[in-house]
Design a protein around this ligand. Structure first.
Ligand code: DC
Length: 223
């Protein structure tokens, strides 16, 4: 039987790093659903579309094919009309675009089956904002992973600096706060803990402690 673990939470809570590590230790497939919204945000930016114009964004979906695949190391890659765009979707500009396009109901509907199908035949840890509430409401384990905005901004800032991007901490913090607001105030599938989710606050925890906490929650609830 395949097992589904849903991990939701705000930007920069460490979801992807923690979920990837937990999946690899437990032998599950890790699915990063944010990459899907990012690829649609990237596509809209590339086409020069005004991302606040929902109709214009929706029109880009007509001839768009988004797919998730895995490379030789088992890492997820996202394909936009067959092109691997994984290297282009992590910039602050694409983050903001993804947050905006993800509030459009047609965009969410466009990606729903793709996400659900990933969990049909294999055990997955899927991370996002609405996995436990909308995408996989019957997931065996639901976790809401969070940390304070300042800690999340500091983590994201360190990550971007390491990638050689020229960013200021204050700007990253402002982005985190704006994206939190967008993600939790949108009408459709807003970011909120599923009623039956386990709350995991990683503010005072090291990365290893956070991974251990998540693995323990999963093991305890799939016995
Ligand atoms: O997890 P992330 O930062 O890569 O996600 C990018 C954006 O996509 C984020 O602002 C919210 C949106 N998103 C969403 O609405 N639903 C998901 N399941 C995953 C991401």
């Amino acid at each position: 039987m395949s097992i589904a673990v849903a991990i939701d939470g705000p930007a920069g809570a460490g979801k992807s790093t923690i979920a990837r590590a937990a999946a690899s230790q437990l032998g599950f497939i890790y699915v990063d659903t944010g990459a899907l919204y990012r690829s649609i945000g990237l596509n809209a930016l590339r086409k020069g579309i005004d991302i606040t114009d929902a109709d214009a964004v929706v029109s880009t979906l007509d001839d768009l094919k988004v797919e998730l695949a895995f490379d030789a190391e088992g890492s997820q890659i996202v394909l936009l009309n067959g092109e691997d765009v994984s290297a282009f979707i992590r910039t602050p500009e694409v983050s903001m675009s993804a947050s905006k396009v993800s509030a459009i109901p047609e965009v969410r509907a466009f990606l729903l089956d793709l996400q659900r199908n990933m969990a049909k035949t294999q055990s997955v840890i899927m991370d996002g904002r609405d996995i436990g509430t909308v995408v996989l409401p019957d997931a065996e384990v639901k976790i809401f992973l969070t940390a304070s905005p300042e800690i999340r901004a500091k983590r994201r800032f360190d990550e971007l600096i390491e990638k050689g991007q020229d960013v200021k901490y204050e700007d990253v913090l402002a982005d985190v706060i704006e994206r939190d607001y967008n993600d939790s105030h949108r009408e459709i599938a807003p970011l909120k803990p599923a009623e039956d989710s386990h709350l995991a606050d990683t503010s005072g925890l090291t990365l290893q402690e956070s991974i251990d906490l998540i693995i323990n929650i999963i093991k305890e609830n799939t016995k």
